[in-house]
Design a protein. Structure first.
Length: 201
């Protein structure tokens, strides 16, 4: 099992009832295996699926990651996810503190191992975005240094520590970035041309 880097907050246990400003600081970078991360999360520790440049959690602190995490909390069931072809590539799934099947609220987190370390934050975010789109996960959860809460009462529908995403996910993400940037440039040119035309009238 290969080593990964991630960040843990020593003071956040499960999901706090109220967010406190101090939770943005004192994040601790750790290196270990996915099993090391799992043990801490199953003990309730909050984590960021990336190494950060300092103890202050923010997107600009992203240093690199070998994991991609998506939150599923809007309609998709665990059983539904297990039928998704991507489930074969998921290394670990655990239920969150809001998971309550009795009230038709299935909430769980899917952890994928990336084929290589990603240090480019734009590429990393695009990879997560692709996974979100393919799984029907929460589209708001693509921040490079997002906080994910632990759950000491979690169940684990998937534990396959050797599962790794195909290298094609990186190439797909790179192509998506190119397309996105070209679309942005075309729209920018259209706006500039329209602005010039408006001024000339």
């Amino acid at each position: 099992m290969s080593e990964i880097s991630f960040s843990i907050h020593p003071s956040i246990k499960n999901k706090p009832q109220h967010w406190e400003s101090k939770f943005a600081f004192n994040w601790q970078k750790q290196t270990g295996t996915l099993e090391d991360l799992r043990k801490q999360v199953m003990n309730g520790s909050a984590f960021v699926a990336a190494a950060m440049k300092g103890d202050h959690r923010n997107s600009a602190a992203f240093e690199g990651s070998s994991l991609a995490v998506v939150d599923v909390d809007d309609g998709l069931t665990v059983e539904g996810f297990l039928a998704n072809p991507l489930a074969e590539k998921a290394a670990w799934v655990y239920t969150t503190t809001c998971h309550d099947p009795a009230y038709y609220k299935e909430r769980f987190r899917v952890i994928f191992q990336l084929p290589e370390l990603i240090e480019d934050p734009d590429l990393y975010k695009e990879i997560v975005t692709l996974l979100v789109n393919q799984t029907g996960a929460d589209k708001q959860c693509t921040d490079c240094c997002r906080t994910f809460y632990g759950n000491d009462q979690a169940t684990e529908p998937i534990k396959k520590k050797e599962a790794v995403l195909d290298i094609s996910i990186n190439e797909d993400a790179k192509r998506s970035i190119v397309i996105r940037r070209k679309t942005y440039e075309r729209r920018k040119e259209d706006i500039d041309e329209n602005s010039i035309s408006f001024i000339r009238r």
